[in-house]
Structure formats: C-alpha cells, structure tokens
Design a protein around this ligand. Structure first.
Ligand SMILES: [Zn+2]
Length: 416
C-alpha cells in the first residue's frame, strides 16, 4: 500500500487534536510541527529554535523540527500539534520518475551541452562535501563574447528535499536551447545579447541522500559531518551577509544550522566564487519550494532596502512576475527573519537583483515537498515568463521602472 500523506495530514490538522502520534523516539526523529505564531516576531522565535518554517498562516505556522525543537516549542507554549515525518516509500524512481536524480541531472546537462555546443558551456564550479561536481550550464547566443554581455543566474536545490526547485532550472535550460534550435525569434533575440548561467542543484549530496533509500527522507541540509556527529549545514543560512544574526541556529542538529562560519561549506563557497567572478551578473533567482512566494531582500533584517530606486526595482519586478505565476510577492523578512541566505548576500555584496521563489505547491495539503510529478508542467508554464523577464532586463534592471505597464517585447499571455 502506498501511504497517502495528504489524507493523513488533512485528517490530523483538521482534527487539531494535540495528540502526538509518535513512532520510535530517537535522536533523528523529526516532526511536522503546528505552532501558534501570529506575526513575524513570533515566527522568528520559531525559526530560532532551529526548526525550519515551511508554511505561515495568519495565526499559526507549520515547521519541521526534531525532538529537541519540539520540546522547546512546547515549553514556549507555542506548540499546538506535532506529527512525525514519514519516510514511507513514495518511490522517487517509479511514481516520480520524471524527477531527476543526480546521475540523470548530469546526463541531461551533458546532453543539452553536446546537442547545442555553439550556445552552451558546461562546467563544474566546485565539489560538494561528498565530492560531487556542482554543475553549471552557461547559455548564450554569443558565447565568445558572453563575459561582456549582461548575465542572469538561476539556481536550484539549495535544500535537498525541494526537488521541484531542481526541475525548474533544468527545464529552463532545456527550454532555452530547444527554442533557440527551433529558431524561436524571441528566445534567439534574448540569448543573442545575454549570458545565462543555470545551476540546477547546489546541494547534490543532500538531494541524493533524500532519495537514495527509495523513501523520501525530508532532508534539507548538505551532508557535511558536524562536530557532534550529526550531519548537515543549512546552505541557505551559510552565506556571509549578516551571518548568524537571526533566524538561524547554532545547534548542528537543527534544520537551520548556520554552519561553523560564513561559507564554511564547499557548496556555498562554490556559489560565492562563481558569483564573485561573474562581474557581468545583474540578476539572480534562487528556486526553493514550497509556498508560492516571490521574496526579495532583505531577509535578514526588517529594514527595507535603503536605496529607494533599488527598492522600486525589487517591488516592481516582484509584482510583475507575480502576474504570471500568481505567487505572493513580499520582502523576505515579512515572512520571518532569516540571515545568511543567497539573495541577501548577492544583493549586499554585488548589487545583484536577487530573488527567491518558493515554488508550488501552496501548502502541505497539496503535497508539500513531494507533490508528485504531475504538477511539473504547470510549475514550468507559470514560471517561464518570470525567468525570461529577468533575462530580458539583465542589461539594465532599472528599465523595469520605465516600462512597468508595458509588455517589454516578450510574449506575455498572462499580462493583459
Ligand atoms: Zn528551501
């Protein structure tokens, strides 16, 4: 029998009974946690226990945490319900065979590169803790001069269990080369003046770990061995800007463990070194799942971006992209404070207009991290135009302020 997570969770949370359906207790036991939290101050308190906050509603949040975090939240009087994560066999290879594991990601990228050698360049930007290459595919209609062209960077898979966030950038790479090969006028024009970099999986060890047993592991972090014997640093809390200043945990067991130092992990160092060297980059989009949100800096502080013009670009872009994917646009810290993430770092360090998308589904009742492959075409469809928009405006992001009511030459069926 295939376990039905949706039904079980709906049953649990509809009942709203504070009954703890515990499996075997143990140090690695982890839970869905339903926690009373009405505002971002309370949501930040939740995150600072080390639990990872996955859904925020008006008066409660859903987070994932271990026994320790569950107990802390209970003592704080905030825990309403908890429910053990299941590792029931969803079976990635069979039921979700359209998802790519690491071997398939590499094969796909190699195929894209070998089928389209004139517009692509496949390189490893570094190695993971376990020695896997972190692959980047560069796509440009003018490869020889690409470094002098405006660049847009797309990445996915910072968090292991967020498999949809790996499929989206892979799809984007496939879409660009296939449309270019087919002579699509728009894509050809777009690529002729741009330098596009796509890194589908920043955390390949974690993604592999999540599916390697044939059961989803709800794994988030990388696979570095911590001093206390536990595994993993939260890569999206390990970037240097405001590192460790809130919304992350010093506890190595925590889902949001910040690491021993900024850029303590080889995966974040690889991203840092690549972006540092990419001086033509003006746009960056880091895909995560889930919740259907468009987030922009700052995430690490309540303050809005100080530069008024930059802030207008972020807000205008977020609202424009929201018209295509129907996600909720907001400053990241409106949700909760989280320091050390990719977008804050890229904007603070390089003035790159950096966004985080929390892709489909909207919530755990629609599948959470494991929504099934049936949603992929719709995710691709509604997030394609936002990606093309970022590429289009990479030459001068401030242009979005002049043309906010226009369709900027791209086909925009949803913007009318
Ligand atoms: Zn994530």
């Amino acid at each position: 029998m295939v376990w039905q997570p949706k039904l079980s969770l709906i049953f649990l949370f509809v009942m709203l009974t504070p009954v703890f359906l515990r499996a075997e207790p143990g140090p690695t036991e982890r839970y869905w946690l339903k926690i009373g939290a009405k505002n971002k101050v309370e949501r930040t308190r939740v995150v600072e226990t080390g639990a990872s906050l996955e859904i925020a509603k008006d008066d409660y949040v859903i987070a994932i945490g271990d026994e320790n975090q569950r107990e802390q939240l209970e003592k704080m009087g905030m825990l309403q319900t908890s429910y053990p994560l299941s590792t029931a066999p969803f079976d990635f290879p069979q039921e979700d065979s359209q998802f790519h594991d690491y071997t398939e990601i590499v094969a796909e990228l190699r195929k894209i590169a070998s089928d389209h050698p004139n517009i692509t360049q496949l390189t490893s930007i570094g190695k993971s803790v376990e020695g896997r290459d972190i692959w980047k595919i560069r796509i440009s209609g003018d490869l020889k001069n690409a470094s002098a062209l405006p660049a847009a960077i797309f990445m996915g898979g910072h968090h292991a269990r967020e498999h949809v966030s790996i499929e989206m950038p892979l799809f984007l790479a496939r879409h660009l080369v296939e449309k270019h090969a087919a002579g699509d006028a728009e894509v050809t024009r777009l690529l002729s003046g741009r330098d596009v970099h796509i890194i589908p999986v920043v955390n390949p060890d974690g993604a592999e770990h999540d599916v390697s047993t044939g059961s989803y592991q709800y794994w988030r972090k990388n696979r570095g061995r911590n001093e206390n014997g536990s595994f993993g640093t939260d890569l999206n809390r390990n970037y240097s800007y405001l590192w460790g200043m809130g919304g992350s945990s010093q506890n190595p067991d925590a889902e949001t463990y910040m690491g021993t130092a900024p850029f303590s992990e080889p995966e974040t160092r690889a991203i840092r070194d690549f972006v540092d060297a990419q001086t033509n980059a003006t746009m960056l989009l880091s895909f995560h799942t889930f919740s259907e949100l468009i987030l922009y800096p700052w995430g690490g502080t309540d303050d809005p971006v100080a530069d008024e013009r930059d802030r207008s670009v972020f807000v205008t872009m977020a609202k424009t992209m929201a018209k295509w994917n129907n996600y909720a646009p907001m400053q990241s810290s409106e949700l909760y404070i989280a320091t050390g993430d990719t977008a804050d770092w890229a904007y603070a360090t390089h003035n790159i207009f950096a966004f985080t998308f929390e892709l489909d589904p909207s919530d755990m009742f629609n599948g959470g991290f494991y929504p099934g492959q049936a949603i992929l075409p719709e995710v691709f469809r509604k997030n394609l135009q936002p990606c093309l928009y970022m590429i289009e405006y990479a030459d001068n992001p401030y242009r979005v302020l002049q043309s906010r009511s226009q369709t900027y030459g791209l086909r925009s069926p949803l913007l009318d």
